[in-house]
Design a protein around this ligand. Sequence first.
Ligand code: PXP
Length: 239
Amino acid sequence: MITRLSVNINKVALLRNSRGANLPDLTQVAKDCEAFGAQGITVHPRPDERHIKYNDIPLLKEVVTTEFNIEGNPTPQFLKLVLDNRPTQCTLVPDDPGALTSDSGWDTIKHAGLLKDVVAQLKAAGIRVALFVNAEEAQIEGAKEVGADRVELYTGTFANQFLQDREKAVLPHRRCGELAAKIGIGLNAGHDLNLDNLAFYKSAVKNLLEVSIGHALIAQDALYFGLHNAIQLYLRQLR
Ligand code: PXP
């Protein structure tokens, strides 16, 4: 099973915004990530636009030729952005407006009403929908119940526990992978995946369709190895 690498380019936008001009050029970086082997580009616009800006999205939509994935909390403003730009995939994330980063998934049972409506709206527009969830079997079942095409498992907790006990850390993910295959919902994963933990994660979790990786790839590995080498190294972990 091929696991696709979607590169999250939020950190590239953060660097650009730090000087106010267009360096680095976000759309060029997206094109280069693809040329270097990335099979998708992920962006996570947040309401304060501290990295990806809302007006980056149409420009990226024009140049991305692989899979374009937009993540975020389904506020009316976010949904308009997604529906206007029709990415391949929209990953719904329950993050607070001021959150430093996403650190927890949906309660797909408690928020079933909202999720059902939003999922239906996006799917009717031809957009694949993933729900960001913690690695808990009840959440996978809840995601299936509201009509989502996929879940994205939050891997931050796995990454934190990886150095202490990797088998224990990956067990809930392994179980969720098996359940997802059984009930017929696709499986993505993301957050804090890196060159140390990715190959192990991929080997332990079956049916993993996609990983989205930003922070370690852009802020560390691309800095040391260059973007082309960094992407190739991540692809190698997924083989
Ligand atoms: N998935 C979601 C929902 C995220 O919010 C993020 C971070 O923006 C990622 C994946 C990627 O995580 P990281 O930047 O740690 O690779």
